[in-house]
Design a protein around this ligand. Structure first.
Ligand code: ADP
Ligand code: ZN
Length: 305
């Protein structure tokens, strides 16, 4: 019988919890608002306790908003650290879950988890070096390098790079709590809402907002392409529901690169280089399930050696 895994997509606005083993076997999904750590983690714990009574879970995977501490040697491993959601600063996410469940807990950023889900079942099944970027309430990116999620010093914060802004044509000061006009500050959903005074999803597809949005996204992608050389870039999140952005972004990326990088992905196949998610809006929760699955595979591999 297939193992059953638990998954948590822990977002800054909502939590999604589910159990399952793959996209065709994902059950009992629940969603609730992210409020205080006590209340929110309490709801997640109650949910998994109920699920565990029906059938034992092998492990739980968590993809969390952050920044988070992913350094296994740190005494604060598994904590949410310096988030603008001030009541979540220094929350021992993994420790609180471990106290309640005597099973392995996998933990990574929400975007690394989503990238992992896309690699397992989505748009990156055939490659081992790619980026997953979400453009929604915030902007975040996860990266896989040679089949491993990129962590490094802590984890990438691709939404907080600085990109050039022409303040004559766009004087908007940006939404980022920490940096003002970083990429997230200029191009997240709330930035679009505030700049134009209309909710992003109500702006018509031919509104000039989308050309500016595509410009900012393309600037960021060119930065990632030149620094990480990904084999593909997957774009998700609420803002990318505006499908007209894809051709605009591809065209601007090609123009900005200006024939410098000579690779068929850029010169011939941009349509399959800058792509939407393969798992729709489920990359995050399925990624959490995939992290839980990997945790068990890693433990088994270690025990067999
Ligand atoms: P989150 O980032 O909170 O996990 P989403 O990725 O769904 O969730 O992003 C929500 C944000 O995306 C909202 O702030 C909104 O501005 C924007 N958004 C949602 N739907 C659309 C849409 N259809 N078109 C443009 N923007 C959208
Ligand atoms: Zn920022």
């Amino acid at each position: 019988m297939k193992k059953l895994y638990g998954g948590i997509e822990a977002g800054g606005t909502k939590f999604v919890c589910a159990v399952g083993s793959c996209p065709d076997d994902l059950h009992n999904e629940i969603r609730f608002e992210t409020t205080t750590p006590g209340e929110t983690l309490g709801r997640a714990i109650d949910y998994f306790k109920k699920q565990n009574l029906k059938r034992s879970l092998a492990s739980i995977g968590i993809g969390s908003f952050g920044p988070v501490n992913l350094n296994k040697r740190s005494e604060h491993y598994g904590y949410i650290t310096s988030t603008p959601k001030t009541n979540w600063i220094n929350t021992d996410f993994v420790g609180i879950m471990r106290k309640e469940f005597n099973i392995p807990i996998a933990f990574d950023t929400d975007v690394n988890a989503a990238a992992f889900g896309e690699h397992r079942w989505g748009s990156a099944q055939d490659i081992d070096n790619f980026i997953y970027l979400t453009i929604g309430t915030g902007i975040g990116g996860g990266a896989m390098v040679d089949g491993n999620l990129l962590h490094g010093m802590s984890h990438p914060e691709m939404g907080h790079i600085f990109i050039p802004q022409d303040i004559k044509s766009d004087p908007y000061s940006g939404t980022c709590f920490f940096h003002g006009n970083c990429f997230e500050g200029l191009a997240s959903g709330p930035a679009i809402n505030e700049r134009w005074g209309i909710a992003a999803k109500n702006l018509p597809p031919d509104h000039k907002a989308w050309d500016l949005e595509a410009h900012y996204i393309a600037l960021a992608l060119v930065g990632y392409i030149c620094s990480l050389s990904p084999q593909r870039i997957i774009l998700g999140g609420g803002v990318m529901e505006q499908k007209q952005l894809f051709p605009l972004v591809r065209k601007k990326v090609r123009t900005m690169l200006n024939n410098y990088i000579i690779a068929p992905e850029i010169t011939q196949n941009l349509k399959s280089y800058i792509v939407p998610t393969g798992l729709g809006t489920q990359s995050g929760i399925l990624g959490a399930i995939a992290l839980a699955e990997k945790k068990i595979l890693d433990i088994n591999r270690f025990c067999n050696h």
